[in-house]
Design a protein around this ligand. Structure first.
Ligand SMILES: Cc1cc2nc3c(=O)[nH]c(=O)nc-3n(C[C@H](O)[C@H](O)[C@H](O)COP(=O)(O)OP(=O)(O)OC[C@H]3O[C@@H](n4cnc5c(N)ncnc54)[C@H](O)[C@@H]3O)c2cc1C
Length: 426
């Protein structure tokens, strides 16, 4: 057995709202060492870059970080795929790919997150035609409960269950992702779009770029900001960036959060440049978003977008006081069983909250009640109230996932209280 580092886990997640209950964090340096560790642990979970806001990554047993795992970076230009270690951060991979004039299809709002951790929760960016980040996964290697290393690829029976796997089926060591030739993006920010325009032209607005985000606190008569990321070479229809649904173009770099410096954000003002420096909102070298915050997000079929938005505007008096900002994005449907955009072209309604967890937890049931008629599915890595009984009917393959988890992990070593609450105890 090689030398791996142990660390006592009075460790916290990125937001600081969760102290992991695990007794230790372990850093294996080889796959063989990881296999032995998993085989011999009664309870074990993988830890990514700790950006989730709930206890999804936690375990009463051993937490495993793959940060020290020796992994290969392998490009296959014939298949247009790249294979990377699970702990690789999107920002690191994006820079490596851009150097070779290659690209991923999309990024989340921040580049700091690990690929395996992001994929495991169905993390997404925006864009009507862009599936979540997990849709780029062509294959993955994982260490299963008995310590064996298996490889699953698109088309394999368990593949569509394992990709957005919530860490319930095993510890992913490497992922193979689809890539494409590099492309340029020009990012335009517009301010103060009247809600009447946004609600009337919602489909046209989200189709106006490769990736579009709207930022609001739900109060008032305008949407504070629209971020439109266009591919100048592909989005060829005429584009007048001097106005956008009665919103006015920003004259300086903006931050989605009111009062925060726009220099922490990726290049704007319509300056075209590589996807790797534009598709995320936040720059790798700065703290993303606010830092001292909590987040929640709900994905629902996009045909309900305007009704759901109106429902949330109706809750503004209780929601707005707790908010830094909300973001509205769109995501294309996929086939990954527990993906919040499974078989539904989706709109995502996101909340960046003040770090007042009791107050946020009090308001989440109200939001979930308001969004229930639209069959909203919560983001697995953010704060939500629903349990397995509410979530099971929202996912056609929920029962199949449980059956598979029972088969692959009969002793429940990858189960934790999050999974008991939200998946297994329906
Ligand atoms: C500032 C900020 C901005 C965000 N923006 C977005 C956004 O734009 N879009 C969005 O969708 N989400 C966003 N998120 C949420 C974030 O993307 C998810 O919570 C994501 O899962 C975090 O990945 P991580 O690597 O930090 O994983 P962790 O939080 O450490 O773990 C998440 C899950 O992945 C599992 N996991 C990690 N590594 C492995 C592995 N090797 N094998 C198996 N399972 C593994 C863990 O066990 C756990 O279940 C944001 C979060 C923050 C803090």
């Amino acid at each position: 057995m090689g030398t791996h580092m142990h660390q006592l886990a009075t460790e916290r997640n990125w937001a600081g709202n969760l102290a992991y209950q695990a007794a230790e964090v372990t850093y294996p340096t080889s796959v063989a060492e990881l296999q032995e560790l998993v085989a011999n642990s009664p309870k074990v979970r993988a830890l990514g870059s700790r950006h989730s806001f709930n206890d999804i990554a936690d375990t009463p047993g051993t937490l495993v970080s793959l940060e020290n795992l020796a992994t290969d970076f392998h490009l296959d230009l014939e298949k247009m795929q790249v294979t990377v270690g699970a702990a690789t951060r999107y920002g690191t991979l994006a820079a490596q790919l851009q150097q070779q004039e290659l690209a991923l299809h999309n990024l989340a709002s921040l580049p700091h997150i690990s690929i395996a951790g992001a994929v495991a929760t169905g993390t997404h960016g925006s864009g009507d035609k862009n599936g979540n980040l997990a849709t780029a996964v062509a294959a993955l290697e994982l260490v299963t409960a008995d310590g064996s290393l298996i490889r699953l690829q698109r088309g394999d029976a368990e593949f569509a269950a394992a990709v957005v796997g919530l860490g319930a089926l095993g510890i992913v060591t490497a992922l193979t992702l689809d890539i494409q030739p590099t492309f340029n993006v020009a990012q335009h920010v517009f301010e103060q779009l009247p809600w009447t325009q946004v609600l009337q032209h919602f489909d046209a607005i989200t189709a106006a770029g490769y990736s579009v985000s709207l930022f609001t606190d739900w109060s008032g008569e305008t949407v504070a900001q629209a971020w439109v990321k266009r591919r100048p070479s592909a989005d060829s229809e005429p584009w007048d960036h001097t106005k956008f649904y009665l919103g006015t173009p920003a004259v300086a770099a903006m931050h989605p959060l009111p009062g925060v410096d726009g220099s922490n954000c990726t290049e704007q003002l319509g300056v075209s440049g590589p996807w790797a420096d534009r598709l995320a909102h936040f720059r790798m070298e700065f703290t993303p978003s606010k830092g001292e915050e909590l987040q929640s997000e709900y994905l629902l079929p996009r045909e309900h977008a305007t009704e759901a938005i109106m429902a949330l505007r109706g809750l503004s008096s209780v929601v707005t006081p707790l908010l830094f900002v909300s973001e509205i994005r769109t995501i294309a449907a996929d086939q990954l069983w527990l993906s919040p955009s499974y078989e539904r072209d989706s709109v995502a309604l996101h909340f960046t909250w003040h770090r007042d967890q009791p107050a946020v937890e009090a308001v989440l049931p109200l939001i979930e009640e308001a969004l229930a008629p639209f069959l909203a599915r919560p983001h697995w890595g953010k704060l939500f109230h629903a349990g397995a009984a509410e979530l099971a009917p929202l996912y056609p393959r929920f029962g199949d996932f449980i059956e598979l988890a029972d088969r692959m992990d009969a002793g429940g070593k990858f189960r934790n209280s999050f999974l008991e609450r939200t998946v297994f105890n329906g």
